[in-house]
Design a protein around this ligand. Sequence first.
Ligand code: TTP
Ligand code: MG
Length: 349
Amino acid sequence: MERSIIHVDMDAFYAAIEQRDNPQLRGKPVVVGGSNPHSRGVVSTASYEARAYGIRSAMPLKQAYLRCPQAVFLPVNMAKYKEVSGQIHRIFRRYTSLIEPVSLDEAFLDVTGADAVSLGREIKEQIKKEVGLTASVGVSYNKFLAKLASDMEKPDGFTVIPRENIEAFLAPLPVNRIWGVGPRTQEYLNDLGIFTIGDLQRLDRNFLAKTFGKWGEELYLLARGIDDRPVKASRKPKSLGEELTFPRDEDDPEKLKACLAEFSQALGQRLQKRGLAGHTVTLKIRFPDFVTITRSHTFPNPTDKPEELYRRSLLLLKKLKLNRRKVRLIGLTVSNFIYPGEPYQLTLW
Ligand code: TTP
Ligand code: MG
């Protein structure tokens, strides 16, 4: 069966979140990467308003400042971006479980057998409605073309690349639109007089194989829109945990609580990144004699919130009545996951 692939890539992701959360920043050049443009940092991303001044990701902040001194420079608020990313990935989960996350703001979805074009539109609309951000969505019959499509009408784009006349469609595009052709390969190809994908299509298969080895073979196929790489779903974890062995056995309850606070913070972020929330919290304690005990509780409502995980872990700690008994190791695990947005009973395992 022909595959149906959707590629979603959020627009100016970090900057768009900042503009969403502070209306005063909307319509303005915003640079995320550091609040001091005279410091040594680089640009993580820039709003499209800032891009009009030539500001790009990975550019030194100083250079961005020279190009647009009136831009608003903001620090990177990773916890917030991860949370938004989790929200978006939870939306994806409603449509398919075959999802390959590429980065916080980008993923491939295999929706083979379904109407990919309507699903793509619906996902784009749901993200807009629920998260308040625009995504660019590409739909095609393989990963290379879906990714190419999502990039074609950015920002707020929606592009479908059908199979018909694919070689002619690709021919006028520059070679660097092929996934994997970076600046060095591009330069090499340009030196050979190859500027467009069409130029590449005219090259002999053996010549490409001889010049670039295995990658040459891939180039030959990609130039014709052929790409068999599957969407690789991230493995669903059964549990996520954090633990710490103390350098010296610990008997101070405040220290134990501080550990649990840290674990809850880390676990919350990891859960949110994966779009997971867990019903069950397990506290593990190992004593200096290596005797290990665990206490678990399954709560009716799942959570991915650090504060809530902390609250739940404290309930378990209390139940243990340690009374300043020395502890060698402390651990916290979340399990019994659900993917929010799906009915609970379907996803309990
Ligand atoms: P991208 O999807 O490459 O960029 P973007 O979402 O900001 O803009 P668009 O897709 O509309 O072109 O990257 C996603 C996020 O990853 C981006 O918002 C910030 C971060 N990032 C960096 O921190 N450093 C980088 O060099 C790049 C490219 C991205
Ligand atoms: Mg993006």
